[in-house]
Design a protein around this ligand. Sequence first.
Ligand code: FEO
Ligand code: CA
Ligand code: CA
Length: 678
Amino acid sequence: MKTFDLDDIPANPSTAEPLDRILARLDGRRRFLKGGLGLGAVSFLGGMLPVARALAADAGPASAPLGFQAIPMSTADTVVVPEGYAHAVLNRWGDPLTAAAPAFKGDASDDGEAQAAQVGYNHDGLHFFPIDGKDGVSGSSTEGLLVTNHEYVTPHYFFPKGVQPGGAGWSPDWIRKAQHAQGVSVTHIRLDAPGQWRRVQDSSYNRMIHANTPIRMTGPAAGHALLRTQADPEGNQALGTFGNCGNGWTPWNTYLTCEENFTDYFGTGAHPAEQADYPDEAYRQHMLRYKGGGKTADPEYAWDTHDARFDWTQTPNEYHRHGWIVEIDPFDPSAAPRKLTALGRFKHENAALTLAGDGRVVIYMGDDQRSEYIYKFVSEDAYRPGADSNRTLLERGTLHVARFGDDGKGVWIPLTLDTRGTDGRRLGEHFNESLGELLIKTRQAADAVGATPMDRPEWIAVHPRTGEAYATLTNNTDRGSGKARWPGGPKHPGADAANPRDKNIYGHIVRWREAGRDPRGTAFEWDIFALAGNPTRYADGDPRRGSANISAENTFNSPDGLGFDAQGRLWVLTDGNYGNGGDYEGQGNNQMLVADPVSGELRRFLTGPKGCEVTGITWTPDQRFVFVNIQHPGEGPDLDKAQSDPLSASTWPDGPRATRPRPATVVIWKKDGGTVGS
Ligand code: FEO
Ligand code: CA
Ligand code: CA
């Protein structure tokens, strides 16, 4: 998430809720922790490992020791890893995807055509697919396809000096360049020498899937009238993916990319009088619901100025064709990516997949906006290893949304036409008896059934052995503020048990366990795993539970990226502006920590360069290499200076040879060849 977005945390301090009030509220939910994640977890059969690594009979312990020495907070403009570890940079923005691609120009004057043949900008979710793998995780640990999301561009660095979206020097080709830098890159990489991962420069797998790539609409909303445009009268052939935040992957070897901040790309073109230009009142209401705070006409990337697709006065339904999850086969460059409407339309963060005992696929998903919801999809049919039918498995199933009770229990509410809303009416009555329309308006369906507004749900990760799910709730400064959730909408609610802080500036991590350990079910128990922020400095922590594992030494804020390694260590990646010293930036760059989910111990493993976010995580099958992305180096409070001096905020990763900071992937390994994190 970019630091200049309105949804990010503003620089005013929290007013803490009294500790005893939080404790009183939390008391009913301590059962979960006491029950623990230990012995009972061993027999769990629903995680990914039984499929991926055939370990169902002996799934092993739920926890693995943290073997590295924690590192301190850092303000240095570099990546720091623990003693005994090394790191290297690969796939910088602008690096050539093919041998014939033009070299990156240091003044960022590369045009749209050049950008389509180069690595995209602002790397986010990523996954390593072993080159000989069939199930997404097993196979070679020295060669594979590294698939990476590219979420958005930071105009200050992405365009040449003097060019800004919608301003002087703005042209259709700058839009095309931005469109070609967002989406997903596939790069074929190989370990050529110890620690030296290189792109296979002539590989036919290397490509960008970007904002102009043809994509099939699939699932219940495909062909719906709200998806039809003049260019696509049947409503089943979209163009492009952008705003690609977190990711997922499937055991049938495909990649899932999640469209998040799609609303920022649409505007009124040459018609600045926003209110007069909505096609109708229903459209306006729908647009307001998806925008969240602020105005609907906030096209900060100015694509609408020269591309009629992004001008809703000309192409109103284009808006509905984004905000989905897209499935990509990285091994088949000729296969069109597919938008999965059955998984709902919202500001998708990531997609955490697990399997039920009967092979049905369950995908957990967060909607990243203040006071939005957590969802899960349950497929209608079962995954069968090697079967062609897996390719359409995510086209049919039931989307659910979570309601978290104050008693530590929760319920998944199915978003079907027959589900009754809190007003007693069937959802079918709300959505013209059309599941397609319901899915296009997923947020409104979730509103209608009384889902729990959460503190900006970001990534979700499923423990590979216990099946328990963890979700980062990055922050929500509007909780309890009395402000409207969207123009004309209800107010942001006050603190509740699952979101225990008003004006939550540090964020927290919530986790849940499905009843009977069956991820298809509708009942779950939940708990808070970590309440972020330095508890010695701020009195709104709860030392008996969520913040007991957080100290002045390992403090962090705004947890965002999240992933479990194969041994069950939880890796937490941050996207915050506070260093817990109270100031904006300056007190500590964004970071990655590793947690033991059983003991709750948390240790800082990595700190990133200035102004960056650390996001996206994946491992080689042997767990000897971990890949993470460094997004938006050089953002932060000094970003505006970068328009005149692109090296004023960060020179990462090129250092003395830098012409401007460049988002990139970092690969980390243990020098003695051991498992990372051990
Ligand atoms: Fe793209 Fe929610 O971060
Ligand atoms: Ca974020
Ligand atoms: Ca994120």
